[in-house]
Design a protein around this ligand. Sequence first.
Ligand SMILES: C[S@@+](CC[C@H](N)C(=O)[O-])C[C@H]1O[C@@H](n2cnc3c(N)ncnc32)[C@H](O)[C@@H]1O
Length: 228
Amino acid sequence: MPGGFSFALQLRGGRLELSALHRPGYGPICADWGSTEMRRRIAAGRRQPLARAAGLHKAPLPSVLDANAGLGRDGFLLAALGADVTLVERNATVLSLLRDAQRRALDEPALRPAAERLELLGADAGSVLASGRRWDVVYLDPMYPDDGKAALPSKEMQILRDLAGGDPDADRLLAPARACARRRVVVKRPLKAPWLDGAAPDLSLRGTQLRFDVYLCAAAAAHNSGKD
Ligand SMILES: C[S@@+](CC[C@H](N)C(=O)[O-])C[C@H]1O[C@@H](n2cnc3c(N)ncnc32)[C@H](O)[C@@H]1O
């Protein structure tokens, strides 16, 4: 494990949980798509920043490749709002949490339709983006490296970063994502973070703590000019 960290995976109460044994004060984490927080986010609908950035406020609903799945919350939100979503995760432990979340969501009538719109791939996003398959939208949410300047991430994100690393190779995904997406690439960034790969987006939707940088594909840019 990176940095001498140690982790334990445990099935508890019917769900798979990950504990960071080197962080004794922290509770276990899991991928939970039925939490109160997720229900609140889903209820916020297609006008919220992530959904608008992905173009869900316009018909037809896009297919989305979430190339940095993590605990799958953003991807599940987009599926719950109607998109067909492919989740890609390269870390095997995180992938097992996602598989467990999808299994539980398929058993839950309120979550089942969205869970059925989710495809889960255990792979490096670079190879999926280069496979020749295409999606309307490619969504990137790499871990933001710990530079000591950004606000401390949630305990959940700290554990995920201990496990999966800081994604120092994130910049390399932007160009293949732009080649793969039919309509747009969306990149989630902390508010003050530099652009991914130093590339200026076509537009940026800003929230209180983060922003979504949107790179329109050539045909979509001509069609959309100034309308997003
Ligand atoms: C910040 S987390 C994503 C959080 C996610 N958006 C959510 O809502 O839970 C980033 C995740 O992307 C994964 N990741 C980073 N680079 C990747 C790559 N090239 N291919 C596949 N997964 C990658 C990491 O392992 C990590 O789990």
